[in-house]
Every structure is written in C-alpha cells, then in structure tokens.
Design a protein around this ligand. Structure first.
Ligand code: KIV
Length: 306
C-alpha cells in the first residue's frame, strides 16, 4: 500500500481497512494480517498511557510509538497523528513535529479539523508529506465540543462538515477520517469528494473503516459505543492465561521437567534443533548458542523463529 493506492481503492470501489497500533508486538500481528494500513493515533494517550482523553499526547510520545510500530510492521503504510496543539503554534513548530514523526517511520501524518490551519496542511503537503484529515468528532477539541458526542446531526452542521471536507481536499489531503457522524452525512461527504473517506462511527457508505486495536480485540472491557464491533474477547483470553499461569506456579506445576534445563545439553547446532527456542533466547538463558535439550514447550512464536 502506498499513498496512491488509497485513491485507487476508492476509484475501484474497494474498501480500505485501517487499524490503530501503538507498539512493536501488536504491529507484528497487524503486519501479518491483511489490514491495509496503520494509524498510530493519539488515542495512545488513552490506550497505552491511561489518560482520560487524547490531550496528553506529545510529539515525543507519538514519535516513540511510531518508531516501535515501524519496526514491527515495516511493510505497512503508517499514518501518525500530529498531537494536540502541535500544528497550532506556528509553521515552524508544526513542521518540527511533522519532521519528528516522519523520521520515526511514518509515511503520512494526520491532523484534526481545518479552521485556521488549512495553510499549514497545504505547506506540509507541499513539503512532500501526505496529510490525512480528520473531521466530525475531533477528540482534541473535546473541551470545545462539550464531550465525546456525535457530530453533524443537523442539516446545517452536515453542510458545514461537507464544506470543511472540501477545504481539506483542496488543501491537498489524501484521505479524510470521519468520526462519529450520521451515516447520511458521511455518505454525502464521500460522494462529494474525490479523495477517500475513512469512517469510525460514520456508517457503511464511506471508502473505508478504522477501529482502535484495543477496541476491536475486546481489550477495552466496558467500552461499547454503538459503532463498535468487537472481533475477539482478548481481555478474557489474557486474564484466563494469567490466572492459569498463577495457579500453575503456586501448585508447583510450572515449570515441568520438560521446561527445565539439564546440566549436559546435547552439543548440536541450534539450526538443527527442533527445541523451539531462538538463538537469542538461548543466549539469554546462558547456553551460549547451544540448544537446550528438552525445551519443547516454548511459545509458538519462539518456535516459529527457529
Ligand atoms: O487517535 C485515533 O485513534 C484516531 C482514530 C479514532 C481515527 O484518530
């Protein structure tokens, strides 16, 4: 996927799938999936750092997480969010933030709204950096909006949404996120624009969808807005694994003999071993590259790496 494929997919009527991602190990899973592209969203302030909203995200945080994601998913197209106020303090500050995110491994940046910064969007695009817009519910304006609520519900608000979308398209955005707006308002914007729209809580008549990784995997119990479909119950799976591990440790059932080392490991090259442990892991265990004799129950992820 590259920046041109977004337009191609809209033109050919193919839907774009996007998921947020913030860390290396999650990025490895996304990298192996068929999901088209990744958003390192400023929602990481909430999902990864436990803040109540996205206002605490900083450029340094965004760059750190972007770099981790880029290492885990080097072949995916990565969009990184410009955080709260980073593009509202002047051109130099905005470009410094863009520079940091692109240097960390992003292929494009996203920013919220358009009022007062269309020129900055244009400048970023003219500098060679693709920009994704974001309209509707723009969480960085949570205090101005009076909370996280559905936007563009009236005709005049839907008209304003459409004219702002046009403004962002004219400023050079390559797609546009539409968050929490009625389906009909999102459809109108999608039909009006040449560039694709990517919805979250914006109904099905948009060019693609984005969901937050933790939300779609069921890692965020209790969060159940109308638009969210959870595709797994990962919180329960993890909880169950942790409790089972705890029980096995306390019952003396972990580790077993087969998960323990002997004093005279067989001397054979690691590559010939089916012991399911990587060279790195082996070194960490102090075996200096020799395969442990009976570590046959190593995690599948490690086994795959041998
Ligand atoms: O930060 C984020 O996760 C986002 C998506 C909700 C679109 O901006």
């Amino acid at each position: 996927m590259n920046v041109l494929d977004f337009q191609k997919m809209k033109d050919e009527g193919r839907k774009i799938s996007m998921v947020t991602c913030y860390d290396y190990s999650s990025a490895r899973a996304v990298a192996e999936s068929s999901v088209d592209c990744i958003l390192v969203g400023d929602s990481l302030a909430m999902t990864m750092h436990g803040h109540p909203n996205t206002l605490s995200a900083t450029t340094a945080m965004m760059a750190l997480h972007t770099a981790a994601v880029a290492r885990g998913a080097p072949s995916k197209f990565i969009v990184a969010d410009l955080p709260f106020l980073s593009y509202r303090k002047g051109l130099k500050e905005a470009m410094d933030s863009v520079h940091e995110l692109m240097s960390a491994g992003a292929h494009a940046v996203k920013l919220e709204g358009v009022r007062g910064h269309a020129e900055i969007v244009r400048h970023i695009v003219d500098s060679g950096v693709p920009v994704m817009g974001h309209l509707g519910l723009t969480p960085q304006s949570v205090n101005l909006l009076g909370g996280m609520r559905v936007q563009a519900r009236t005709d005049s608000e839907a008209d304003l949404l459409a004219s702002q979308a046009r403004e962002l398209e004219e400023a050079g955005c390559f797609p546009l996120v539409l968050e929490c707006v009625p389906s009909e308002a999102a459809r109108k914007v999608t039909d009006l624009l040449k560039i694709p729209t990517i919805g979250i809580g914006a109904g099905p008549r948009v060019s693609g969808q984005v969901l937050v990784y933790q939300d779609l995997l069921g890692l965020n119990p209790g969060f159940k807005p109308k638009f969210l479909r959870t595709y797994a119950n990962a919180f329960e799976v993890i909880l169950d694994a942790l409790d089972t591990y705890d029980r096995d440790v306390k019952n003396g059932e972990f580790p077993s003999e087969s998960e323990s080392y002997e004093s005279h490991p067989i001397d054979r090259p690691l590559a010939e071993s089916s012991d399911g442990i990587s060279g790195r892991q082996s070194r960490l265990c102090g075996d200096h590259g020799r395969a442990p004799r009976r570590a046959r129950h190593a995690a599948p992820a490690l086994a795959r790496r041998v």
